[in-house]
Design a binder for this molecule. Structure first.
Ligand code: CU
Length: 301
């Protein structure tokens, strides 16, 4: 029954683009997805590789559901079949080697099959990065308990940061030249273009005592993108995605790693914008200012 529910919701999603396409040209006001009464139970896919991830999810769900029903079915069958009966005695069995070999090899075969079929999706998302020159680049800083996003600005380069320069509310990520980059507390991206994120875990710095606290583990999660990646202190990582055309809207970035008492508050708006809206947010047209991650080390010292 569970599976049938998923199958039918997949069916409606596949047909959905038609009405959306009709209303897309005139820019509708941006409504956060969590305020949309027609929000599907499973977040709508908005990334190019979202279906590849969901395919693996449904494949694994189908395999595990099949075995769950099989095992529970056998369990109840044996419960009834071998229930207590007057005069019937239990028989002693030493197990069945053939059966044991069969289900061990069978399980291994399924796991190997999954390892092979997921290979391509894994390498697409995690092993190949698109060209920086044609992508929209963002530095993402996660701290207890919030998100910060910096954009390269007109010079196309990210400014180095240092803990000592951090002043909450004024220079939240400690940019050494705050005027050269654009800081936003929202993640804003264009649609139909590859986006590369560089993810940092940021520590805290007390300006009065000079005491610093190391960053902790966080996890960057946007369910609509089907993208989740751990953010490891001292080990910045890059990851990419591309939002499908006509998916303009406000979605959500969440932290998916229990990172402390305020973990549940750790969210940010994720806005997929038209070029004009993006230019308004950033203060410049990013397409006219190609950017790169190269240059001074942007890792926080
Ligand atoms: Cu967190």
């Amino acid at each position: 029954m569970f599976l049938v529910g998923f199958a039918s919701s997949t069916g409606t999603q596949a047909q959905a683009p038609e009405p959306a396409a009709a209303s897309a040209p005139a820019l509708s006001p941006l409504v956060p997805m969590w305020e949309d009464p027609d929000q599907p139970l499973i977040p709508e896919i908005i990334s190019t590789y979202g279906w590849d991830v969901d395919y693996l999810f449904y494949l694994i769900l189908a395999i595990t559901s099949f075995f769950m029903v099989l095992c529970l079915g056998l369990f109840f069958y044996f419960l009834v079949r071998y229930r207590y009966q007057e005069g019937r005695r239990a028989t002693y069995t030493h197990g069945n080697s053939k059966l044991e070999v069969f289900w061990t090899v069978g399980t291994a075969a399924i796991l190997i099959y999954l390892a092979v079929v997921q290979r391509e999706t894994w390498s697409e998302i995690r092993q190949e990065l698109p060209d920086e020159a044609t992508s929209f680049l963002v530095n993402v800083y996660a701290e207890q308990f919030g998100w910060h996003f910096t954009y390269p600005g007109k010079d196309g380069k990210f400014e180095p940061t240092s803990l000592e320069e951090i002043f909450p509310g004024i220079n939240p990520v400690g940019l050494e030249n705050p005027d050269n980059d654009v800081y936003l507390s929202d993640l804003v991206v264009p649609e139909g273009v590859t986006v590369i994120l560089q993810l940092f875990s940021q520590g805290k710095y007390d300006q009065d005592t000079g005491k610093e606290t190391l960053g902790v583990l966080h996890s960057f999660f946007v369910s609509n993108l089907r993208l989740k990646l751990d953010i490891v202190p001292g080990y910045p990582q890059k990851v990419w995605f591309e939002v499908l055309p006509k998916k303009r809207g406000i979605y959500e970035v969440n932290c998916a790693e229990l990172c402390g008492l305020g973990h549940y508050t750790m969210r940010a708006n994720f806005k997929v914008l038209s070029d004009a809206e993006l230019e308004k947010e950033l203060g410049y047209n990013w397409r006219e200012h190609p950017a790169t991650f190269a240059g001074p080390d942007t890792t926080q010292k």
